[in-house]
Design a protein around this ligand. Sequence first.
Ligand SMILES: [Zn+2]
Length: 322
Amino acid sequence: MNVRAIRFLLLLSTLAISGAGALVSGALAQDKGTLHPKPLPLPPLANPDDPRLAAKQLFGRKMRPTGGPPYVIGFYARGCIAGAEALPVTGATWQVMRLSRNRNWAHPAMVALLERVSAKARREAGWPGLLIGDMAQPRGGPMLSGHASHQIGLDADVWLTPMPNRLLSRNEREEMSAVMMVRRDRLDIDPRAWTPSHLSVIRAAAREPSVERIFVNAAIKKALCREAKGDRRWLSKVRPMYGHDYHFHIRIKCPPGSPQCESQRPPQDKEGCSAHDLAYWFSDAVLHPRPPKVPPKPKPPITLSQLPADCRQVLAAPDARQ
Ligand SMILES: [Zn+2]
């Protein structure tokens, strides 16, 4: 065991003593949530120590984070987080959607970023605020539905629908749908839905220094490339991705204080706006994928042993105090 790991274990055991212990399919932005039946908390597992058990079954059952300082372990699509913080479900310039999923958890740096960007959405785009989709589970890790990433508290989905100028009810937050931004033929944005203010919101997020990448549908990237005026350096952070036609995805860099966080290569300095850059995304194979003759075997889910070793301690640590 290395020094870092030992220090981390000590950290968690201190928490225990002090009692301070807490890509993309399925749960899309437009998928409705539910009030009844209550999907969380889930019933206990019969064999929680079975090594073949999917890690999402364990992380999906944690309702509270661990206490103590925030500590990110692993990579965006394979890891977990200790000491996560909740984004309050209602703020001056944001409202969290799909509360039944309990996914409004993240590293405090992400919570602060969303508060900042939502204030900028009001100032710079004239939106009343932002509707916030999935962030991470209380202890991160793989999720029972949707999202390959969102595992270490450094990813967040933001709706491309402005927050209404009123408090949404719990029920509305489950039932309301986001607006589709992409035209039927998938080659461009839908001009009835897309406005210059959408560019302002995405730009406000991309200009934040801690933001590593922003994922949007290729049709949205194309529109941003066409419409961005003045300083266009922020465009290099905005990357085309499958889906992301109702929401965009903000990913931040590994924050200080988390040596076990694995960062991603920073994006190249270019805008990514040439026909060549976008060709793949508008190819026939991507726009109209033909179903394979033999359906591929579903990938086995990630088990606990496939996550960084210290994620076991994160699961075992006591809940943070309320
Ligand atoms: Zn996402």
